[in-house]
Design a protein around this ligand. Sequence first.
Ligand code: DGL
Length: 283
Amino acid sequence: MAGPAKKPIGVFDSGYGGLTVLKEIVKQLPEYDYLYLGDNARAPYGSRSFETVYEYTLECVQQLFSMGCELVILACNTASAKALRNIQQNDLPGIAPDKRVLGVILPTTEVVGKYSKTRHVGVLGTSGTVTSNSYPIEIKKLYPDITVHQEACPMWVPLVENNEIETEGADYFIHKNLQSLLSKDASIDTIILGCTHYPLLINKIKKHLPATITLLSQGEIVAESLLDYLHRHPEMEKQCSKGGMIKFFTTDSTANFDKAATLFFGKEVKSEHLSLSSSPSEK
Ligand code: DGL
């Protein structure tokens, strides 16, 4: 006889970056079931328009809902910046009033004040995240005394998605963007890695930064915030099934996904292909 239907927690990203968040979530909350969806066929999202990121993200969220998820984490800053508010305020009440979608920007801004002593903070992100101004706006609300400077790093996600992390090209672009951020404000003592792909570049980023600067990557922060959310929302916590299952889905080639994802997730990943209405089918 079939057991009760599984209601995994959905974790979504445009590609591999969200795996850095899922890895920490699973470390802190191993008992739950998870579905990871990477929209690799349409990544990167970072340079896409507001409308496109919103349309793609909503489609992926609905897909995760249709697979049983009651709670979906947008483990992607670009999607959190450009689509989350719209989905929460305009879509959920109509399509799934009891389901929830959470992002990664708020949890990160909530903790930044604990780290910065100079009260000068830098944010690195995709062009989409930076132009949305989500970080400066949200940080100002919580910490009006903090000055924020941002730098868009449009080449960093393609470097990760194309496995070019260990190349001289990666050093060139990372050095260039970090110099540009620090030239805007020499007092920056804390830098938010405002893109879930960037932890994959962390060793290179550290190499090009003074050791006195604190780097905030989002995996642990988002995992702690999810733990806290589930404590504060027992009605949602009860819904999430607990079986320690993790399933991976990609909208692109599973062979490519598995190779890269295993590296990023730190454990063997065997994904399944998922076709979305507007993404290309697997070749
Ligand atoms: N990982 C994503 C983020 O956190 C987006 C990367 C992309 O698709 O451009 O912003």
